[in-house]
Write a protein that binds this ligand. Structure first.
Ligand code: ATP
Ligand code: MG
Length: 455
């Protein structure tokens, strides 16, 4: 390994500080892997300059990477040119340091790095548009405009590490249950549920839309014999709401399973969420600690309440509610007070749910649909679906839609399709619950909402 402090220097953009190529320098450790036990060991690390305390003869540079922070201690008298190069660098510049780990009572962590070589890889301009080391919080817009800087804060990136584990945990639980992971088209010709919540686009010379849900394709796949499918992918909703739980592009975790009813789908949802919870518990203690939170302790089965019971509960608390209408925010709040944590609302009015929800044979005004809520927030909607093509076509008409637009879908029900059920779980909504985020924008890297299209 060559010492970067001399050869191959190029002029960098930041105040004439020389920037060097990576060359053959490679990290031997992440900062979080270092400890006083490595006393005397030679290491190569890389990271951002978190902060610098220059006391004249002595300089402490705190380096930060995704795993943690470490103090690099420079002594002017001994380190000469190295001292002046490192001590003068702007905050958030990227460097590599090679040196020796030295156990030290005086260093906050019980050890420090005494450097023998430094490579300046990138110089940060000053002032920063968003402070990384600052304790005072910036507003959401400034944070999102500078998301790359915002994510350098460990408590911000912790959310995305947990989100990654949640998806892995769900995927793992479902694969163990025989689900095949699929990807269905996001550019489509037909609205899943009709309505206005679609982003139109041009597909060469034809009109098309960004798909709001993989629903129709998941169901077509039930006619394919794949039996159980799951998809984790984007869903687009052109709804103009501006809330802390809606995005215009979100990630949907979807399943569809054959020879199954809504109870089977609810059971599978419980397995998926519990799989995620256990995996986060095993793998993300560090991130949970950083956020100062613990996971919900509730285990399945989650309590169930019917829509009828909700109406009764809400009415008995003096709130006016007609049977058949959706639960208002106020009504949901009342139910949430009684139910706590995760709970299912089952047996919804057929007219309240999409056309593909299966009505009960003996009470067709109610269907085999369910929502899973966490407190006042909906996390999942699901149902047993209609698999009889005649009834399906009738329901499409009943909801004021044109069956001709659904021909590609209806075909799949005419040549043998098993009864099936499934659900859609919002990845950001479940991440909000596990990380106790109060705004969904905390749980998506680059939110698309009513106002944000950049970055
Ligand atoms: P809500 O009533 O909360 O607006 P919805 O009933 O319109 O949701 P569904 O069509 O049932 O949503 O979608 C299934 C799941 O996808 C929801 O339970 C939720 O977790 C997630 N989801 C739906 N819309 C959004 C959105 N705009 N932003 C983020 N997640 C969403
Ligand atoms: Mg819903």
């Amino acid at each position: 390994m060559t010492d970067g402090a001399g050869d191959g220097n190029m002029d960098g953009p930041g105040g004439g500080v020389a920037v060097e190529p990576l060359g053959d320098w490679r990290r031997t450790h992440l900062l979080g892997d270092l400890s006083a036990e490595l006393d005397g060991e030679e290491v190569v690390v890389g990271g951002w300059i978190h902060e610098t305390r220059n006391l004249g003869g002595l300089c402490f540079v705190v380096l930060r990477d995704r795993s943690g922070r470490v103090q690099v201690t420079l002594v002017k008298r001994k380190d000469g040119p190295l001292f002046s190069r490192l001590a003068s660098l702007s905050r958030e510049s990227v460097v590599m340091v090679c040196g020796v780990v030295q156990a030290s009572e005086k260093a906050g962590m019980g050890f420090e790095i005494r450097p023998s070589g430094v490579k300046v890889l990138s110089v940060a301009e000053a002032p920063l548009p968003l402070g990384v080391a600052d304790v005072v919080g910036a507003d959401m817009d400034t944070r999102l405009d500078n998301r790359f800087l915002d994510l350098r804060k460990p408590e911000v990136s912790a959310i995305f590490k947990i989100r990654s584990t949640i998806l892995e945990g769900v995927r793992d639980a479902l694969r163990r249950e025989g689900f095949v992971e699929v990807h269905t088209p996001k550019i489509v010709a037909t609205a899943t549920e009709g309505g206005t919540s679609l982003f139109p686009m041009k597909y060469f010379d034809r009109p098309a839309f960004l798909n709001q849900s993989p629903q129709l394709y998941k169901q077509i796949l039930m006619a394919s014999g794949l039996d159980r499918v799951m998809e984790i992918g984007p869903a687009f909703r052109a709804e103009e709401h501006d809330t802390s739980r809606h995005l215009n592009e979100f990630t949907s975790i979807d399943i569809e399973m054959s020879f199954a009813d809504e109870e089977d789908a609810m059971g599978m949802l419980e397995k998926a969420i519990e799989g995620a919870r256990e995996m986060v518990w095993r793998e993300n203690q560090k991130e949970l600690d950083l956020l100062g939170i613990s996971l919900p302790e509730q285990k399945p089965p989650y309590p169930r309440i019917t829509y009828d019971e909700c109406v009764e509960m809400v009415s008995s608390r003096g709130l006016d509610m007609e049977w058949g209408e959706d639960l208002s925010m106020e009504a949901t709040r009342i139910v949430a007070e009684e139910m706590e944590g995760f709970y299912f609302i089952t047996r919804w009015p057929t007219e309240e749910k999409p056309f593909y929800a299966m009505p009960f044979e003996d009470r067709p005004e109610v269907c085999r649909a369910f929502d899973l809520n966490y407190r006042e927030k909906e996390v999942t909607s699901g149902a047993q679906r209609i698999h009889d093509p005649v009834l399906l076509e009738k329901r499409i008409r009943d909801q004021g839609l044109d069956p001709r637009g659904f021909e590609f879908y209806l075909r799949a029900f005419r040549y043998g399709v098993p009864p099936h059920a499934g659900w859609g779980l919002g990845a950001e909504r479940i991440t909000m619950i596990f990380t106790q985020a109060d705004n969904i924008r905390e749980c998506v890297l680059f939110p698309r909402d009513r106002h944000r299209l950049v970055p």
